[in-house]
Design a protein around this ligand. Structure first.
Ligand code: FAD
Length: 300
């Protein structure tokens, strides 16, 4: 119930637009690195100093106008340039709808190709985040098309989807991030129970670790992390073949600890004024994050 409530808040366009004018509020500062590229690069440098690499996401939702998509593309290209200029250990995460997927597939493809092309010159990887099921097939299509020319591109497999089993096999030669899945999907396409999702999640991770290219295991779940640690040891899987990922501001001690233990660790660093939908989805996943709001209100 709480999950549905926050997911519906995340989809409210009016609140989304209003929040852009607020600056980082409601505790969002603890999970969003900043509103500018400069602030974000500073946060990335701090994480790099702890042996943690980063994937930078320029937040953006509800893009239905071409000029907004072009603006998002320009900002992402600015981040690519900044990564190169500051020699930071970071790559890009982006959402297809932010660069025009809801406007026109080919327009989005052009924008994505331009970003991947520039990133490729600097040897920077681009991850295409997976959004809701309605955008899934087009997201795979975008990646497949761009991948014909460039190899610095990958995407995400969501364990709550029934089709994830087939997708992980189909895309085994790609660098993949594997997640449980963050959107509300129907029981026609997705598991609804946590136990089933968690079991499928482990199955997919194990498959890609054994048969796939590089695996990003993106979770805050210590049960999964402990399972993976044991699995890689038992199966002699080298550390270069995988990394753990967590979101900026979550389980910071554990992020640092894993990096200290010698595992590749990558923090997902979101930034920008369009933080509202992202923040509401984090509250949907874990209502305890409401503490963040509480602290912000009482710490004024
Ligand atoms: P959960 O299933 O939420 O929690 C499992 C257990 O872990 C909890 O019971 C608790 O014991 C522990 N735990 C979890 N969080 C905390 C915490 N903050 N503090 C203490 N204990 C905790 N989803 C998509 O659909 N598409 C994407 O492209 C995508 N990219 C992602 C990238 C990254 C780096 C990450 C981390 C997540 C991404 N997600 C994405 C979201 C993902 O699908 C899940 O919704 C989200 O990660 C919650 O699941 P979980 O595995 O972290 O743990």
């Amino acid at each position: 119930m709480t999950r549905d409530f926050f997911i519906s808040l995340s989809q409210n366009k009016l609140l989304n637009t209003t929040a852009k004018r607020w600056g980082l509020k409601l505790g969002a500062r603890s999970v969003v690195a900043g509103t500018t590229v400069e602030e974000t690069i500073e946060s990335v440098k701090e994480l790099n100093a702890l042996e943690i690499s980063c994937t930078i996401d320029n937040l953006g939702e509800f893009v239905f106008e071409e000029d907004e998509a072009i603006q998002a593309k320009t900002q992402i290209l600015e981040v690519v340039e900044a990564i190169h200029e500051h020699h930071v250990n970071a790559h890009i995460s982006l959402k297809p709808t932010q660069i025009g997927l809801d406007i026109d597939y080919n327009f989005c493809l052009e924008n994505l190709t331009e970003i991947v092309d520039v990133a490729n010159k600097y040897n920077i990887f681009v991850n295409v985040d997976m959004e809701d099921y309605a955008h899934l097939q087009q997201t795979f299509d975008l990646m497949n098309t761009v991948n014909q020319k460039y190899h610095n591109i990958g995407t995400v497999i969501q364990a709550y989807l029934f089709r994830a089993d087939d997708d992980i096999k189909h895309y085994k030669d790609h660098r993949l991030r594997i997640v449980k899945g963050a959107y509300k999907e129907s029981d026609k396409v997705a598991f609804q129970y946590k136990k089933e999702i968690d079991q499928n999640y482990l199955r997919l991770i194990e498959y890609h670790l054994l048969h796939g290219k590089f695996t990003s295991i993106a979770t805050h779940d210590h049960h999964v992390i402990n399972h993976v640690k044991q699995f890689v040891e038992e199966n002699n899987i080298p550390f270069e073949k995988f990394e753990f990922q967590m979101l900026y501001g979550f389980r910071k001690e554990m992020q640092f600890q894993l990096a200290q233990e010698g595992y590749n660790f990558c923090t997902y660093v979101p930034f920008g004024s369009d933080w509202y939908g992202y923040f509401m989805r984090r509250l949907a996943e874990r209502p305890q994050n409401l503490n963040l709001i509480g602290k912000q209100i009482f710490n004024r």
